[in-house]
Design a protein around this ligand. Structure first.
Ligand code: 5RP
Length: 263
C-alpha cells in the first residue's frame, strides 16, 4: 500500500487496530436532527474520546474549528431526504478537488444493496474508489438500509459488506445484528465498523452490542445518536472508548459510565 494511503488509515485506526468514529452527518438527509442542531457545540466535549469525525463538507466548514486535531472522514454521498421519494436515490455530492481541499483522511459513501438504486450507488462507490486511489484516500462504504434499520439479517449485511469490499472500499461500515454477525465480518476481506442506529433504551444495551460486535471481529464503531442523544454523552463516549480500545466488558463499561456521570 502506498505511504499516503497507509498514513491516512493509521491516523483513523489506532495501533491496536481499533477505532471509534463519531458521525455527525445525519443532517444531510434528516435536517436538524435532535441534539445536532448545533453540531459544533455537540461534538466539543465528546471529541477527545473519539478517533475521527464523520461529517459533510457543509457542517465541516460552518461548524468545525479548522484547528481540529482529529482526522476527518468526509461524507460524500447524498441528494435525498427523509420526506423525499426514496432515500436510496443517492449520488456523489463532492468532487475529488473538494476532498483534497478539505484535507480529508478518508471519505464515506452509502450503498443501497437490494434497492432500485443498487446499481447507481454501487457504481458511485466504484467511481469514488477510482478517483480516491489516485490520491491515497481510503473510501469507507456505508451499507445503508434507509428506514429498514434493524430489519436486515446477517445474510443481507454479509452480502452488502462483501460487495462494498469487492468494489474497493478500504473499510465497511455496517449494522450489528444479534445472529451470525461473525459471518458478516468473516465474509468481508476489509475491516468492518459498526453503525449504531436509533437510540437504544439503555446504555447497557449499547455497550452489550458494541462488545459483542467487537468480540465477533468488528474493528470498531461509528456511533452517533447513541452517543450525542444520550443526556450524558461524555460518559457514554468514555465507556465506549473503553470497550473499543481497552477491552472493557459491558459491565466494566457501565461502571465507567456511572462513575463519569456522577463525577
Ligand atoms: C447516516 C450515517 C451515520 O453516520 C450512521 O448511521 C451512524 O450514526 P448512528 O449511530 O446515529 O446510526 O451513515 O447515514
Amino acid at each position: 500500500m502506498d505511504w499516503g494511503m497507509q498514513n491516512r488509515l493509521n491516523r483513523l485506526i489506532g495501533p491496536d487496530g481499533h477505532c471509534f468514529f463519531l458521525p455527525i452527518d445525519h443532517g444531510y438527509f434528516q435536517g436538524p436532527t435532535r441534539c445536532l442542531e448545533k453540531p459544533g457545540e455537540t461534538i466539543k466535549p465528546i471529541l477527545p474520546y473519539c478517533d475521527a469525525l464523520f461529517v459533510t463538507r457543509g457542517i465541516l466548514r460552518s461548524s468545525v474549528d479548522p484547528g481540529l486535531d482529529k482526522p476527518v472522514i468526509l461524507r460524500v454521498s447524498g441528494g435525498t431526504s427523509m420526506v423525499g421519494q426514496d432515500l436510496a436515490n443517492e449520488v456523489l455530492t463532492t468532487s475529488i478537488e473538494e476532498i483534497l481541499r478539505l484535507n480529508a483522511a478518508a471519505v464515506g459513501i452509502s450503498i443501497f444493496v437490494g434497492t432500485d438504486y443498487e446499481r447507481q450507488t454501487l457504481l458511485s462507490l466504484a467511481d469514488l474508489v477510482n478517483e480516491c486511489e489516485d490520491y491515497g484516500i481510503p473510501v469507507m462504504a456505508v451499507t445503508a438500509v434507509g428506514k429498514e434499520v434493524g430489519q436486515k439479517d446477517a445474510r443481507y449485511l454479509a452480502m452488502a459488506c462483501r460487495i462494498a469490499a469487492e468494489l474497493g472500499a478500504k473499510v465497511v461500515k455496517t449494522y450489528w445484528c444479534d445472529k451470525d454477525f461473525d459471518k458478516v465480518v468473516e465474509g468481508c476481506p476489509v475491516p468492518v465498523v459498526m453503525a449504531g442506529g436509533p437510540k437504544c433504551e439503555t446504555e447497557l444495551e449499547v455497550f452489550e452490542f458494541v462488545y459483542d460486535g467487537m468480540q465477533k471481529g468488528a474493528i470498531g464503531i461509528n456511533l452517533g445518536r447513541n452517543v450525542w442523544q444520550n443526556p450524558r454523552p461524555v460518559a457514554v463516549a468514555r465507556a465506549l472508548r473503553a470497550i473499543v480500545h481497552e477491552k472493557a466488558t459491558p459491565k466494566e463499561a457501565h461502571q465507567i459510565f456511572e462513575e463519569t456521570k456522577s463525577g
